[in-house]
Design a protein around this ligand. Structure first.
Ligand SMILES: [Zn+2]
Length: 196
C-alpha cells in the first residue's frame, strides 16, 4: 500500500501583472521507495516540503512527469539518484532511455494515459490505506487561484481548460479518472474527494 503526501500545493496566479505558477508536487512512498509526481518549478517550496518529510534530493528514487509543461517538470533534474518516467519511458541521467510497463518499477503504482490537456499526458494511480485510490491527475483537472473549485461531476467534466489540446480526449480522460478515483490531486488547486 502506498502513502501520499502533498509537498507543494499547485498554484497559478498573477502578481503585479506577472504570471506565477507551479504544479502540485506529490510524494508517494511505497515499498521503501520515494517517488515524486511533478516536482514543479518552485524550487524553494519543493525543498521546504521535502525537508518537512526528512527527505533530501538524493533520497528520491523516481520522478514521474504527468506531462512536460515546464511548470510541472522544470525541477526534474535536481534528484541525483532518480530515474524519470513519463507516460511511456524511463529516463536515466546517464543517457539511457527504456520503457516501463505502466507501473513504477518495484511498486503497484500505475501510470495511466490521460490525453487531452496534452497528447502525452498521464496520471498516477496509488492505492492507499487512508484515502483509497488516489489519482495524481496533473492538468486533467486544474484551477487558477482566483477560480472557484467546483467538484460536482458535471462541473469537473466541463471545466474550461484554456490550454486544452484535444477537448474530446480531455473529457474522456476526466470521465475515466472520475470512475477510478476516490480522491484526486489536481495539477493546481486542492485535493478533492470524488462524489460517487
Ligand atoms: Zn500545469
Amino acid at each position: 500500500m502506498a502513502k501520499t503526501k502533498i509537498l507543494v500545493k499547485g498554484y497559478a496566479k498573477e502578481i503585479d501583472g506577472e504570471e506565477h505558477a507551479s504544479s502540485t508536487a506529490t510524494l508517494i512512498q511505497e515499498n521503501g521507495l520515494n517517488i515524486i509526481v511533478d516536482p514543479g518549478m518552485d524550487r524553494k517550496a519543493l525543498l521546504e516540503g521535502m525537508s518537512k518529510e526528512g527527505l533530501a534530493t538524493g533520497d528520491i528514487n523516481f520522478v514521474v512527469l504527468t506531462h512536460t509543461h515546464l511548470d510541472h517538470c522544470l525541477l526534474a533534474g535536481i534528484f541525483e539518484n532518480a530515474k524519470v518516467l513519463d507516460n511511456s519511458d524511463i529516463f536515466s541521467f546517464d543517457g539511457r532511455i527504456g520503457e516501463h510497463d505502466g507501473r513504477i518499477p518495484g511498486t503497484d503504482i500505475e501510470i495511466v494515459g490521460t490525453p487531452g490537456h496534452d497528447q502525452f499526458h498521464c496520471s498516477v494511480l496509488a492505492n492507499t490505506e487512508d484515502l483509497g485510490k488516489v489519482v495524481i491527475a496533473g492538468d486533467i483537472f486544474w484551477w487558477s487561484d482566483d477560480e472557484e473549485q467546483k467538484t460536482d461531476r458535471e462541473s469537473l467534466i466541463n471545466h474550461e481548460d484554456p490550454y486544452v489540446k484535444d477537448e474530446e480526449a480531455l473529457k474522456e480522460s476526466r470521465n475515466k479518472i472520475l470512475d477510478i478515483a476516490d480522491y484526486i490531486i489536481p495539477g493546481h488547486g486542492e485535493m478533492f474527494k470524488v462524489k460517487k
